[in-house]
Design a protein around this ligand. Structure first.
Ligand code: ADP
Ligand code: ZN
Ligand code: ZN
Length: 743
């Protein structure tokens, strides 16, 4: 017997499948998914890997599998899923398997750690993008350095000995990396239970209201009958969706089964986790990227051993090693984070459907503003829908007002805050109430231009303008991390008429300080949030110290509960409206509704939306907080323009430093697909992406619009798999199905 094996190496990217001989004595125990150890290359040390297939013949096998280890094996289902993903998302099986492995390899090291009290943890000191950029441009060359940094990109906050064992480099390397400013070594308490500091009161099920009960009964029926089924709970924030999830899970647990709950970004929704802990205690496991690798390893083991029955986590928690799954719940199902922007570019919602079907259990989606695609399926009876119209605690919806920014200029107001919003902020502040100001751009000024010659400060690596950061007095690129000193004189013509335009969160904060010197403020954006728990720290501070004004980007939108916030100001609602993306309008609407939901959770709240497009339906409908109205307008447009849900969008992206080669290859792919394309497939000529250079790499794209079928996957694959393309080594091709980002 022979086994097809994938070497599991976090450190080295080995993506090939290798054939090994299965020794006679192992034939009865070996399975697809078994974790094995094999001799590899010239090294004496055994490498660990996984069996992805067993077969009777092999032309290549010449070495035997040395050892088999039952613990940490992957189920055969997972291997099947990995293979399916590799085909659907155009990536390697091993990339997919990595998502299904316990965090970190060599679990023994991690297990020993449980006994210690304090230790040194390693964190990345620079942004992931910046590190990648330095590596690509050979500013960081050492293979060992790269190995460590790459590992930290995926597992920030690793115990130093774990890092040593996993990446197989010595501590001296860490010292060098620390000296060069790439990493930081911090002594920390070893906290093996991430929730130990929380003091959570036990909470009991509530008596469901009629709407909730109808929904509960219908899904409970499917649980009782082990029936795969899809459900959408459509209800505004506070209408009792989470209470239904909790009671459905209760039922699943009573049947001896397990549950997976996906939430957008768990560090942004600590209150959600608290409610699960309050109801179910320590049978809850939490998986998310802000846990240290040791903590994640612990959670993973608790799940695999069956001690945890409920898994809550972000996107990748869909791969948690649960047994006997009884329900999958996806909260805030419209959230973009369920789709991965990195290889493998999977959509957790699609996978959840597949996994629920395999496990004969219900899939439950919940949202106040469902994704247009989901609502379309619900309206066409592909998903059962339940509408919750009442807020369980009778809180009122906020009053929303729209301000036309074009009038402000006419009134002589040059500030980014309309007179109306200024008044409201002042009033709120005097009443000792809290305010949230939302602006989706960080930094100080977002555009720097010479008024004499038209020069615009752009990143030297990306075709994008630089943002001014006043605290460091630097111009920064938000795509690659490039920084340069701020300029007073035009580098092109020497003129002093260099002007800084546009507003980011830093400038907004300064303006607020000028207008209301006594008001306390706190800012939340990528520049102020870092390290573990820091999100929570900023929000806790805002809440507990009763800070007057929170200024923030997208991060402030998610479901926190601030009882004392009675005013929310959207500084500009237009940011994403004009993007070259069919979902831009949908995103704008969802964000506005969500931000508005932050105001007046207990008392009557007020929301002010500032915009240059007051007549746009996304703005008007968000003022009315009317999703149905929005849906009806949006779906008509989608149909007219043949956009999802009426088709899928396949983006074939070409990246590289050699523009001629990119053009050549993209044309080749285009012609190949054209030659075999069928009637229902629309393919558009290769063109430069809207931002056509990022990190010194040019970007071109081909868009294909059609229903994604197995046949279409074959056609795309035929298009990109080609000997002539393989010869062109400078260009890489990425296929992204219904991408978040069309660039
Ligand atoms: P959603 O998830 O839709 O935002 P929640 O489930 O969080 O709504 O409910 C909002 C609040 O109302 C919570 O404090 C919850 O405990 C409470 N609640 C929900 N359902 C009921 C009910 N049937 N009876 C009493 N309180 C409820
Ligand atoms: Zn100039
Ligand atoms: Zn850049």
């Amino acid at each position: 017997m022979f086994a097809e094996v994938i070497i599991n190496s976090n450190a080295r990217a080995l993506n090939k499948v290798f054939d090994y001989i299965v020794p006679i004595g192992m034939e009865n125990t070996i399975k697809i998914g078994s974790r094995i150890f094999v001799p590899f290359g010239r090294g004496k040390k055994l490498e660990d890997g996984f069996v992805i297939n067993l077969k009777e013949k092999s032309e290549f096998a010449n070495k035997e599998i040395a050892k088999i280890e039952e613990e940490n094996s992957i189920s055969e289902d997972k291997i099947t899923l990995a293979k399916l993903m590799a085909r659907k998302y155009f990536c390697n099986v091993s990339d997919c398997i990595k998502l299904m492995l316990p965090p970190g390899t060599g679990g023994k090291e991690l297990e020993n750690r449980a006994k210690e009290k304090k230790g040194n943890f390693v964190f990345l000191k620079k942004e992931k993008d910046e590190i990648d950029f330095l590596i690509e441009n050979e500013k960081i060359k050492s293979e060992k350095h790269i190995r460590v940094l790459k590992f930290l990109e995926e597992n920030d906050g690793v115990y130093i000995s774990d890092l040593e064992a996993i990446t197989e480099v010595s501590k001296a390397i860490f010292k060098t990396l620390e000296k060069n400013g790439y990493i930081e070594i911090v002594e920390k308490q070893i906290e093996r239970n991430p929730f130990i500091h929380k003091d959570i009161k036990k909470d009991n099920p509530k008596k469901l209201n009629e709407e909730q009960k109808k929904c509960f009964d219908s899904i409970a029926f499917c649980i009782d009958n082990n029936e795969f089924s899809k459900h959408l709970i459509y209800g505004i924030t506070g209408s009792g969706k989470t209470e239904i999830y909790l009671q459905l899970i209760q039922k699943v647990i009573e049947k001896g089964k397990t549950a997976i709950v996906l939430v957008p970004e768990i560090s942004l929704t600590p209150q959600m986790v608290d409610r699960f802990l309050a109801r179910f205690g320590d049978i809850v496991a939490v998986l998310h990227s802000k846990l240290s690798i040791g903590e994640r390893y612990d959670e993973w083991q608790k799940i695999a051993k069956g001690n945890s029955k409920i898994v809550i986590g972000a996107r990748s928690a869909i791969f948690a090693p649960v047994n006997n799954l009884g329900i999958i719940i996806i909260d805030e199902e419209h959230d973009m984070s369920y789709k991965s922007d990195m290889t493998p570019r999977y959509n957790a919602k699609d996978l959840a459907k597949y996994i629920a079907e395999k496990n004969n259990c219900p899939l439950v989606l919940g949202s106040a503003t469902p994704e247009i695609n989901t609502m379309y399926l619900a309206k066409n009876n592909d998903i059962s829908m339940y509408t919750l119209t009442k807020r369980a605690n009778n809180a009122k919806l906020p009053e929303v007002e729209i301000i036309d920014l074009r009038n402000e200029l006419a009134l002589g107001n040059r500030s980014m805050l309309s007179f109306k919003l200024q008044n409201e902020i002042e009033k709120n502040f005097k009443n000792k109430k809290q305010t949230i100001l939302f602006l989706n751009r960080r930094g100080y000024s977002t555009f720097i231009m010479c008024r004499e010659c038209g020069y615009v400060a752009k990143c030297k690596n990306c075709n994008i303008s630089l943002t001014y950061h006043i605290r460091e007095n630097k111009l920064k690129c938000h795509y690659c991390g490039f920084e340069t000193n701020a300029v007073k004189e035009c580098p092109e013509c020497g003129s002093k008429k260099v002007k800084y335009f546009g507003t980011g969160t830093q400038k907004l904060e300064d303006e607020i300080h000028k207008l209301y010197p006594e008001a306390s403020t706190i800012r939340m954006d990528i520049d102020t949030v870092s390290k573990k728990n820091s999100h929570e720290e900023i929000l806790d501070k805002f809440k507990n110290e009763n800070i007057d004004i929170l200024i923030g980007t997208q991060m402030v939108v998610k479901g926190h509960h601030f009882p004392n916030v009675t005013l929310v100001g959207v500084v500009t609602a237009d940011g994403s409206l004009n993007l070259d993306d069919y979902r831009a309008v949908e995103k704008t609407f969802q964000t506005l509704v969500q931000v508005a939901g932050r105001s007046g959770r207990e008392e009557q709240g007020k929301v002010i939306i500032q915009t240059y497009n007051p007549d746009h339906y996304a703005i008007i409908d968000s003022q009315k907080q009317d999703y149905d109205l929005f849906y009806n307008q949006e779906i008509k447009l989608r149909k007219m323009l043949n956009y999802p849900p009426f088709c899928d969008i396949i983006l074939i992206r070409f990246l590289g430093k050699n523009l001629q080669e990119i053009q050549k290859i993209s044309n080749l792919v285009y012609k190949k697909i054209l030659s075999v394309k069928e009637e229902n497939i629309n393919i558009y000529k290769p063109v430069a992406s809207p931002i056509d250079k990022i990190k010194n790499k040019y970007r071109w794209r081909i868009i294909v619009k059609c229903k994604l079928t197995s046949r279409v996957l074959d056609i795309i694959n035929y298009g990109i798999e080609d000997e002539n393309i393989k010869k062109c080594k400078e260009t890489s091709i990425v296929v992204d199905i219904n991408p978040n980002n069309m660039n």
